[in-house]
Design a protein around this ligand. Structure first.
Ligand code: ATP
Ligand code: MG
Length: 541
């Protein structure tokens, strides 16, 4: 049980909130969700599920400048893909009227005032944590004057930045967020939902807790950087005498070799360092999806990482491990040869071909079998052959034997080379008695390799990925550098490979294991004539 569950179970035992659990996931629709958000989604929706409660989706759309419907749609798609369904869908902007009325109420009670100082003057007045700040010269306006000015702010009489509404708390708290924080600013900007209705917009701190309160949220879970905002969250709820959810902070997910700020991810997209938000190298949820991650593997990852109270950095290989573990269970096996060299079986009859039985998924008998054509000329991986090999190399060598998976044991006799000494074909003989499934097939050889019949294989494009950044912490920069200087120039390799002919777009499965190579999925750039595969992750670390 993690510390948040401990808090919740105590609350349930004490009958707090009518013994109900209601959480929310509150993204700002200013970008696509990333693996860090996935963690927060799994946590919030997971707690609701565990305690028979509800979890809302609330778009925290209080900043009209950066927000867009494109992001709203993508966020919903990503949450559902992860396997979660929200109880209610809300927008902080739906609460603008209520928030405004509460602001008037606070003005009337002497708890808020209109400040005409510039942003710079306000910052300067706040001072430093170790010394009290100075009060604004406008701090002691009467409620009537404040109300009049605030209404005129709302009516659009004043330009951007000319006035703000501030909470009247005090100027001496060591917590700078408590020194008369700004509640509203003037922004003559259309909002993606409220259009031009408003030209004043609430600040995050004034909107968030109240939105939670309106929705009857019981446990408002957020990341550690909001810990210092909690006194203000509490202050607004107390000042307004409204339902008071409990804010609980946990450590955000940090992954090495990755960046997770939406602003920086946006830069990668806008400057075309990647193919888009869903580039398979991106840590976005849509990127992971396109890469071939399963929702289960992402949920398992979130679960494995756990909930911490202190910031830490998770190794990206844990994410890869979780992908492998789940894909092993669900991926359909197929044979593919990515770096081909020809293998000719000299004693196999010309023009003969036979269908051999291959197993679709040894982890799942229900997945059944399929037929794979075998013939005299095959593709095998160049790396599975060595002309001269040391003792540790168990695969094919001149004079040595291997089993061709689902087929026969073969023995290499010699190789053909071109004028430059490159191997153009490997020659072998096969033993008909050793066909998989026959009585004599038990003869043991040290290695089994995969293959494809050259006459039957078809070409596909294969995209191989490495880490997008070549250092563990891309944000750790020397002077004059940015995270972009740590981009790995070799993060994408595009090549052609051979795949089984029976694999088509119409009968495509979601996930494949190219036997002995790794996990792959079909990319959306595929056409019926040419499939495109993304490598999700290799078989081993
Ligand atoms: P970014 O810094 O990438 O822009 P954000 O925190 O501004 O992210 P929001 O849309 O405000 O993004 O986040 C929605 C929710 O997801 C918040 O509750 C936030 O705390 C949580 N969240 C964001 N990043 C992470 C992370 N790396 N790990 C865990 N939770 C996160
Ligand atoms: Mg945020």
């Amino acid at each position: 049980m993690n510390f948040i569950e401990e808090i919740i179970e105590k609350d349930l035992a004490n009958g707090k909130n009518g013994s109900k659990v209601h959480t929310r996931f509150p993204p700002e629709p200013n970008g696509y969700l990333h693996i860090g958000h996935a963690k927060s989604i799994c946590l919030n929706f997971g707690l609701a599920k565990k305690y028979n409660g509800l979890c809302n989706l609330r778009f925290d759309d209080t900043n009209p400048v950066k927000e867009d419907v494109e992001y709203v749609d993508s966020i919903k798609e990503d949450i559902q893909w992860l396997g979660f369904q929200w109880a209610e869908e809300h927008y902080a902007s739906d609460y603008f009227d209520q928030l405004y009325l509460w602001a008037e109420q606070m003005i009337q009670e002497g708890l808020a005032y209109v400040d005409d100082q510039t942003q710079e003057e306000i910052s300067a007045g706040r001072g430093v944590p170790t010394k009290p700040g100075v009060e604004s010269p406008y701090r002691n306006r009467t409620p009537e004057e404040n109300l009049d000015l605030f209404r005129r702010m709302k009516a659009g009489e004043f330009p951007d930045g000319s006035r703000v509404l501030r909470a009247k708390i005090g100027m001496s708290s060591p917590n700078m967020h408590m020194r008369d924080p700004i509640m509203y600013r003037i922004l003559h900007t259309d909002h993606h939902r409220t259009g031009n209705k408003w030209c004043i917009y609430p600040m995050y701190d004034y909107a968030h807790g109240q939105s939670d309160s309106i929705e009857g949220i019981t446990h408002s879970i957020c990341t550690l950087e909001f810990e210092i905002h909690r006194p203000l969250y509490d202050w607004f709820c107390e000042a307004l005498k409204i339902h008071h959810p409990q804010q609980i902070e946990f450590a955000r997910l940090n992954l090495n070799y990755t960046i997770m700020s939406k602003r920086k991810l946006m830069k990668l997209v806008q400057e075309k360092h990647v193919m888009g938000w869903d580039d398979p190298r991106m840590p976005t949820i849509c990127g992971l999806r396109r890469r071939g991650y399963t929702p289960q593997s992402v949920r398992n990852f979130a679960e494995t990482v756990g909930i911490a109270k202190r910031d830490n950095i998770i190794d990206v290989s844990l994410l890869e491990f979780c992908a492998r573990e789940d894909l092993n269970k669900v991926a359909t096996r197929t044979m593919a040869v990515l770096d081909p060299v020809k293998l000719i079986i000299d004693n196999y009859p010309d023009n003969q071909e036979e269908m051999l039985t291959a197993i679709n998924n040894p982890e799942n008998p229900e997945a059944g079998t399929r037929n794979v054509p075998f013939s005299k000329e095959l593709w095998i991986e160049r790396a599975d052959f060595r002309e001269v090999a040391d003792k540790k190399f168990y695969r094919l060598t001149v004079g040595g034997e291997v089993r061709l998976k689902y087929a026969y044991i073969i023995k290499c006799t010699h190789v053909d080379k071109d004028a430059d000494g490159n191997i153009v074909a490997i020659h072998a003989t096969y033993d008909p008695e050793t066909r998989s499934g026959l009585a004599a097939s038990n003869r043991k050889v040290k290695a089994t390799i995969h293959w494809l019949s050259t006459a039957h294989a078809k070409k596909a494009e294969v995209r191989l990925f490495e880490r997008l950044f070549n250092v563990p912490d891309p944000d750790d920069c020397e002077e004059g550098q940015t995270f972009l200087d740590h981009l790995n120039p070799h993060s994408l390799t595009i090549q052609d490979g051979w795949i089984e002919e029976s694999l088509t777009l119409e009968n495509a499965e979601k996930h494949y294991q190219f036997e002995r190579i790794g996990y792959f999925c079909i990319d959306r750039d595929s056409t019926p004539n040419k499939l495109v595969f993304n490598k999700t992750v290799g078989l081993k670390q």
